[in-house]
Design a protein around this ligand. Structure first.
Ligand code: ATP
Length: 312
């Protein structure tokens, strides 16, 4: 019997490893994707994202580990819940978008004519569905690939680098589509990317993979905080020398130099801006402005991933 409650993760990956010979492309991967997440699986080129996704979907054998999808362990039954697009989707260029989906539906044994219409609608291709795919832009092909993944109304969508090769407009369209699929249609989306800005712009949760291992997982905000990410703070003060004396006694504050509009630029580690404010005011230094700037996912990404691509 299958139990689907809100406590059951949409995707649970437990100790997943995949070796090529003696080398691990993915090592002891644990992931939890909750229903309603738009989960960003982030990692530099060669980190093992595609290998992990293929192993999660059962497209390649797992060397070790298990995968549960909405609590289901059986791979055949899992497939009914998942729609996937791995790497650039291939289509028959000489057929229309709709014909391609019709063939895909027949081949996969899922997706009625109504499903095909709905999927085309969802990705904004209904009006172009009769045209041959050879005339489609890359962005349209990606969207058609997502429509194909939506056939059979899966609850979990797994997409490997769906914005790869797209121009900024195409990338934004895909981002907006995925956000809508989660917010409006209640899908759970697991999407890999090597683009930080993209993940930061759309994902509710993030896992960072490097050399086959998960280095960090959480919301963008949590990750930046948990991993000792620092916060930049700009402070406007009446008396700079007095402020410097106060700040030099506070642990977790580094004075970095000048910020905007004559303010001082500070770096805070494990310290709230309010603490800085209080210390200055108590010492009689007037504070005219406090402008915090949170650490970015980019800082975190660079701190937890290695500079050289490679295998673990
Ligand atoms: P990218 O963002 O560049 O697509 P990725 O994070 O998806 O990278 P993978 O394609 O999963 O990374 O590759 C991870 C590592 O596993 C790489 O070093 C790659 O060379 C290796 N690898 C992948 N497939 C095979 C294979 N069939 N045989 C041997 N090694 C492989």
């Amino acid at each position: 019997m299958r139990l689907v409650t809100s406590d059951v993760p949409a995707l649970a990956v437990n100790g997943l490893s995949r070796f090529y010979g003696k080398r691990a492309a993915v090592r002891k991967l644990d992931l939890r994707v909750q229903p309603g997440d738009l989960y960003g699986f982030l990692g530099p080129n060669g980190a093992g994202k595609t290998t992990a996704i293929r192993a999660i979907l059962g497209l390649i054998a797992r060397s070790k580990g298990t995968v549960e999808i909405f609590g289901e362990r059986d791979m055949v039954r899992q497939r009914a819940e998942v729609g996937a697009m791995v790497e650039t989707p291939a289509f028959n260029d000489w057929l229309s978008g709709r014909a391609n989906l019709t063939i895909a539906a027949a081949y996969a044994g899922r997706g009625s004519a109504a499903d095909i219409d709905e999927a085309l609608d969802r990705v904004g291709l209904r009006d172009r569905a009769k045209e041959k795919v050879r005339g489609y832009s890359l962005g349209m092909r990606q969207r058609l690939g997502i429509a194909r993944a939506l056939l059979g109304r899966p609850k979990l969508l797994v997409l490997d680098e769906p914005t790869n090769g797209l121009d900024p407009r195409g990338m934004r369209e895909v981002r907006e589509l995925l956000t809508e699929l989660v917010r409006r249609d209640g899908l759970t989306v697991f999407v890999s990317s090597h683009l930080l800005s993209e993940v930061e712009a759309m994902c509710t949760r993030v896992g960072i993979l490097d050399r086959g291992e998960l280095r960090a997982e959480g919301t963008v905000q949590e990750l930046v905080q948990r991993l000792g990410g620092s916060t930049d703070l700009e402070v406007g003060v009446s008396d700079r020398p007095a402020a410097l004396t106060v700040l030099s006694k506070l642990e977790g504050v580094t004075v970095e130099g000048d910020g905007e509009a004559g303010r001082m630029l500070l770096k805070l580690k494990g310290l709230e801006p309010a603490v800085v404010n209080r210390a200055l005011v108590l010492a009689g230094v007037e504070v005219s402005s406090l402008v915090p700037r949170a650490g970015t996912l980019e800082e975190l990404f660079l701190s937890v991933t290695s500079s050289e691509p490679g295998v673990a």
